[in-house]
Design a protein around this ligand. Structure first.
Ligand code: MN
Length: 240
């Protein structure tokens, strides 16, 4: 049966080589047999520019290129960690960059794809930061710095983010239900797939007076998490 795979929040990092291995094996196996593979943000724990010459970046680009080259189109959306993935990365990895949000036809059903951070509208502090770092001028200035300096800044930003996250109640870090409904109604969809919150689940809701579903992908900190969709439906799976 044809199948489409969705993953997100792998947070690939040199500190966790076993997760990189799990992902590379996934690309060689299930990735190749899928019709399409969507990576909905935070593939990398950090991305400081397409000129990154780390061995992690090289290994992941090579794995993606082999998977895409075998005939599985691979789509990559920006997350809040790897929003600097650019056209040079796309060329090196054979992936296509996907805008956030994007609506795709998934076996006959219009489906909205997002990373998920835009749905967390209660976290106004983060959204202000997001606006800043998505500005072309901010990105150009950042990318003009030497690689070593960018790595340092990224590490600092990550620490600040961890500190701020610890002080926030759980509800602020999750999606805002009204934003979810509004966003789905605006895009006229009954199905939404996103990651970011690291709370894998299938939520039933009503959108435009009709039943709808929000499918949340899990992170890859301890294990893998995959959403497999076929013409018969979608199911969330864990990979150990
Ligand atoms: Mn995220």
């Amino acid at each position: 049966m044809p199948c489409t795979l969705f993953i997100s929040d792998l947070h690939l990092d040199p500190q966790r080589p076993e997760i990189t291995r799990l992902f590379l094996d996934f690309l060689e196996g299930r990735g190749r047999s899928a019709e399409r593979l969507y990576i909905l943000g935070d593939l990398f724990e950090a991305w400081v520019g397409d000129d990154d010459d780390s061995s992690l970046a090289d290994a992941v680009c090579a794995g993606l290129r082999d998977c895409a080259g075998s005939g599985t189109p691979v789509y990559v959306m920006h997350g809040n960690r790897d929003f600097l993935l650019g056209e040079d990365f796309a060329a090196a990895s054979g992936c296509k960059l996907l805008a956030d949000p994007t609506v795709v036809d998934l076996y006959g059903q219009a489906t909205l794809l997002m990373h998920g951070d835009l749905l967390c509208t209660d976290d106004t502090e983060y959204l202000a930061f997001r606006d800043m770092v998505r500005e072309p001028a901010w990105q150009q200035a950042f990318l003009a710095r030497p690689l070593a300096e960018r790595r340092q800044i990224a590490a600092q930003l990550r620490e600040t983010s961890i500190e701020r996250t610890h002080g926030k109640p759980d509800s602020i870090m999750d999606v805002n239900p009204q934003t979810v409904t509004d966003t789905m109604e605006r895009h006229a969809v009954q199905r939404l797939i996103h990651g970011h919150t690291h709370r894998p689940a299938v939520h039933e809701l009503r959108v435009n007076g009709k039943p709808a579903r929000r499918l949340v992908l899990g992170d890859w900190y301890e294990q893998g998490s995959v959403l497999e969709c076929t013409p018969a439906g979608c199911r969330l799976q864990s990979l150990s």
